[in-house]
Write a protein that binds this ligand. Structure first.
Ligand SMILES: [Zn+2]
Length: 254
């Protein structure tokens, strides 16, 4: 999860001067941040912002396949063509693999890359009422699609969208304007994200065995854990990113 990735980067890099700065993307191939101290890394929705002294921010995004790996400093840098960015100090190195976005911008311009985001479900300034207001602004939109739109609220991916709607018994196709208790849906999504933010690639939702299973996500054609009906899977919306939902047609009617 992006929140946890931000914290790992923060722990590895914050408070120390960069001894290694290797941008392997054409636009920033000559950028060198060596010698600058890292102030910290925060997540905003699915974006990562690593701030360094001198008023610069390294903006990265994992998209579908990206990841960061932390390792002890020293040794040679791998030639792996999947690496897009290496930032390191005398103690640790962070290797960014297959990052969807790598760019450097003035910290004061961060709004340009994250200003469009709705309230961040795991952010310090989470605003549930504002998130609900944005969601309701387009009442005919399928709720599953609206929850994934980071302009409404930032932080829900395919997995938590599907799990949240299953647990609330709401079909992802229902127009959001007809969803009763939308604030409860949003609150549940936030609690699921918060409860799982420390986890690596695992999820706990409701009464499913901790850390191992989901209710519907990734379970197409397998029997619903509640009613046995085969779980369905379909694409959602037309966003540039891959949007997929899973649902039980019986537990989540209409
Ligand atoms: Zn079911």
């Amino acid at each position: 999860m992006v929140w946890r990735t931000a914290r790992r980067l923060d722990e590895a890099l914050a408070g120390r001067a960069l001894a290694c700065s290797d941008f392997r993307v054409p636009r920033f191939a000559t950028t060198d941040l060596t010698g600058r101290t890292v102030a910290g890394t925060v997540s905003r929705g699915k974006h990562l912002l690593t701030r360094v002294d001198g008023g610069l921010t390294v903006h990265t995004h994992l998209r579908m396949d990206g990841s960061w790996r932390i390792r002890p400093a020293g040794g040679y840098l791998p030639r792996d063509h999947r690496i897009r960015l290496v930032l390191g100090n005398d103690v640790q190195q962070a290797l960014g693999y297959l990052l969807g976005i790598v760019e450097v911008l003035p910290t004061q311009n961060e709004e340009r890359v994250v200003g469009h985001l709705g309230p961040d479900l795991l952010g310090p300034d989470w605003d549930a009422a504002e998130a609900v207001r944005r969601l309701q602004a387009d009442p005919g939109r399928p709720v599953g699609e609206a929850l994934l739109d980071q302009r409404n609220l930032a932080g829900i991916g395919n997995l938590y969208q599907a799990e949240t709607l299953f647990l609330r018994g709401v079909s992802p196709w229902r127009p959001i304007g007809t969803v009763d208790g939308l604030p409860d849906v949003v609150d549940l999504a936030r609690r699921l994200l918060d409860a799982n933010k420390e986890r690596v690639g695992q999820v706990t939702t409701g009464n499913v065995a901790p850390g191992r299973e989901t209710w519907v996500h990734g379970r197409a054609r397998r029997p619903c854990r509640r009613c046995g009906t085969p779980i369905r899977k379909a694409s959602l919306g037309t966003a540039p990113e891959q949007r997929i939902t899973f649902w039980c047609p019986r537990c989540q009617p209409g």
